[in-house]
Design a protein around this ligand. Structure first.
Ligand SMILES: [Cu+2]
Length: 445
């Protein structure tokens, strides 16, 4: 859990007189730190208007303190170690102990003061993507402010003018810093609690990395050939499931700070995109979908009524994005005789295994892997291998989940007779044309 020190005195601080303008270094709030990679319980507001807090997949929301009528947060930009899934850790840059950084939650109309301390070896800034704020708070190094040098702390002050879902990331050596994992989400709740309320609210940001097997650092110059497609810098089977109570209204907020689009697909339901980083979409402009494309540098939020119990795959629909550590310069060997191939390859590389002549399904096959990487297709469900990786997880809809319980409820207990099954009855020969007969002769068109 995060450190509560510095946040217990909130009541006393809240009654202090409002501070306006420049703040002194002495009043910088403590920076909470997180070292867990599992979703932390929602952070209910300790003062001000109530709201239903979001939960961040494999992440957390940044605690704040009140100082007069200002909400004060403290982000620390720093090197972090992120576990992508069990068996693979990567040296990234992030905030407050993690990459991505914590979700910043506030309420429409809030005045926020966000301290940013730079513990990176180079300068940085924070840009507030999608937020309507004064130009001098926009965080574009050189253009709207001096870069924040290593060891220095800057403060951003603005009003949360509108509710919605936004992102934060550096605008300072941007290519390197974003490729190293510096990003996070901002959720601004509507001041009116009756505006499109939901029962469960999830948020995550998508980013991609190329981390060659046996290495621990992303190649920051990579432009297209990534091998780690992540949600909150986690890959399947390391991504938290989305536990949902049957009948819940569910909101899923998705940011994309990778360099390609991701068509995000939910099984078993249809949903409507209700919000982007530009704002709420009027109901008259919403339409049903089961996949929604999240463009680069954008946010898509969908609302769905979880009225269909079960284990529902939730994933990017680009099939290469639901794979881990995959080499892309591989020939298609479907149809090639495995025996001949094994003989030929064995001469060149005695430890290698010829595979793929009937497809690439690996079942339970285990192969020795280099250090610090993940199998391309992995994960096991109650019926066998799932053979996924990357941007894949499961929405688990159950009848009896208590509110605010986000623990993994385990595999779905399928009601008897509702699972696809094998047929053992004899097959009848399908009607086929005889060779040589004129085409379509007996068919009525
Ligand atoms: Cu994708």
């Amino acid at each position: 859990m995060f450190s509560r020190r510095g946040f217990l005195g909130t009541a006393a601080l809240a009654s202090a007189s409002a501070i306006s303008g420049r703040v002194q270094a002495a009043s910088i709030p403590e920076a909470p730190h997180m070292d867990k990679v599992v979703m932390q319980p929602p952070l209910h507001p300790i003062s001000g208007p109530d709201y239903r807090p979001v939960v961040t997949l494999n992440g957390w929301s940044l605690p704040f303190r009140m100082n007069g009528d200002w909400k004060e947060f403290h982000l620390v930009a720093e090197p972090v170690v992120r576990e992508f899934a069990e068996g693979m850790k990567v040296n990234l840059w992030g905030y407050n102990g993690q990459s991505p950084g914590p979700t910043i939650e506030a309420v429409e109309g809030d005045k926020v003061r966000i301290f940013v301390t730079n513990r990176l070896p180079e300068y940085t800034t924070v840009h507030w993507h999608g937020m309507i704020i004064p130009s001098g708070m926009d965080g574009v190094g050189g253009l709207t402010q001096p870069h924040i040098q290593p060891g220095k702390t800057f403060v951003y002050e603005f009003e949360m003018k509108k509710s919605g879902t936004f992102m934060y990331h550096p605008h300072s050596d941007e290519m390197v810093q974003m490729a190293m994992g510096m990003m996070g989400m901002v959720v601004v709740h509507p001041r009116n609690q009756n505006f499109r309320p939901v029962d469960r609210d999830f948020v995550f940001v998508m980013s991609t990395y190329r981390v060659d097997p046996g290495t621990y650092l992303p190649l920051v110059n990579e432009m297209t050939d990534f091998n780690m497609w992540t949600w909150n810098a986690r890959v399947f089977p390391g991504i938290d499931p989305l536990p949902v109570r049957l009948g819940d209204k569910v909101r899923v907020r998705i940011g994309n700070l990778s360099m390609t689009n991701h068509p995000i697909h939910l099984h078993g339901h249809s949903f409507a995109v209700t919000c982007t980083d530009g704002g709420w979409i009027p109901e008259s402009a919403q339409y049903p979908e089961t996949t929604t494309d999240v463009p680069v540098g954008a946010v898509r939020v969908f609302d769905v009524l979880a009225d269909n119990p079960g284990d529902w795959a939730f994933h990017c629909h680009k099939s290469h994005h639901t794979m881990n550590a995959m080499g892309h310069e591989v020939r298609n060997l479907i149809g090639v005789s495995r025996k001949d191939l094994a003989k030929a390859v064995g001469k060149l590389a005695p430890d290698s295994m010829a595979m793929g002549s009937t497809g690439m399904a690996m079942g339970n096959m285990e192969m020795p892997a280099p250090d610090n990487t993940l199998p391309m297709m992995t994960g096991t469900g109650q019926f066998g291998p799932i053979e996924m990786g990357g941007m894949f997880t499961v929405m688990k809809i159950r009848e009896d989940l208590p509110r605010d319980d986000y623990r993994d409820p385990g595999p779905y207990q399928f009601p008897k007779g509702t699972v696809a099954y094998e047929v053992t009855a004899p097959t009848t020969e399908p009607a086929r044309q005889k060779p040589g007969s004129p085409p379509m002769k007996h068919m009525k068109m």
